[in-house]
Design a protein around this ligand. Sequence first.
Ligand SMILES: [Fe+2]
Ligand SMILES: [Fe+2]
Length: 379
Amino acid sequence: MQQYDLTKAVEISDGIHWVGNGTKTFLSRNSYLLCYNGSGKNNSLVIDPGPVVDVDVLIHKVTEVLGSVSKVNAVFMNHQDPDVVGNAPFLARSNPHMLMLATEDTWRLVCLSGLDATKFRAVERFKNLRIVMPTGHKIQFIPTPFCHFRGACMLYDLNSRILFSGDFMGGIAATQLFATRANWPGIKAFHQLYMPSNEAIRLAVQRIRELQPAPLMIAPQHGGIIQGEDIPFFLDMMENLQVGLDIITTFDKIMPEMIAGLNEIIATVRKALGEESVTKTMRMFHADGSYPAIFTLASDGNITEIKGDPMESIEALIRMFFRNCDEYQKSVLKSIILKILILRNLPTFDTLLAEEYPLEVELFADDLDDTEILNSVSF
Ligand SMILES: [Fe+2]
Ligand SMILES: [Fe+2]
């Protein structure tokens, strides 16, 4: 895989630059700078200018390309979250003539940071949600309601055929500028936490599939850029993904029993491996500030709440316990855990208890450290 210097702007297509903050954080942020030159005109559009904490990175990378941030004359915002729009006021101060593009639903909230309403252009006002730039370049807006905000909207650059998709198709724990299929667990986890329902996702997937011509790249606001044959792969995976409310409503009824079963499993492991081993493992599940903890723990060390996808969370915990076991202890614990689950009428984690892990788990197999196992867990 080609390596890029992510301390600099990266030209991902002709005149289109990634100006994000790199991949050092768990939830990395991508911003993009589109330079439209032609017919004696120069237009520079920033997509999702990013959070205030990334302003120095944005200034550095945009200046590298344009010579000055004051040359940015338009900004597009997928939705109003602070990780997307935090730097919009800075760009507006750098160039008071800069236009701001977003849906009306997004603008109603983002304007509360004191932006000049006379510079706002609602995407809904453009005929067929399309713009032809003075340079002849064309862009199209594709609303993705509730992915994850009511007024979220993607931007499709028809010349480069890059779809700027905002949070949709984004992911956590990316280490490269471009995504591979190995990034699916991080993409899945991000959607399970932030997207409200599979229904909302399906509408967005359908709209992407209908694009003519089909996109060559999907450039999200978090994680790796998806390209080529991986696009239909990720769209297929996304289409069937249970997220947000789907997970909550599915597991709500059995959640108290799951928590009780989980605490029984922990007590069993405590007996088998000792208090110290359990405490050490549980410590791995504390929140690190960039992402929430998978479990809420009471002062006695018992679990009181499972966040996100309970099946995957429990499976991750069991796998962490197994890392401290020899083969014999592992096989004994496996059968005890199985018995606890069966007696409580709970799902039995086929993937964990089978000898072979499925592909998705395999991606986070033994050569990875504990933090990486945690990253594979969906919330
Ligand atoms: Fe967001
Ligand atoms: Fe975001």
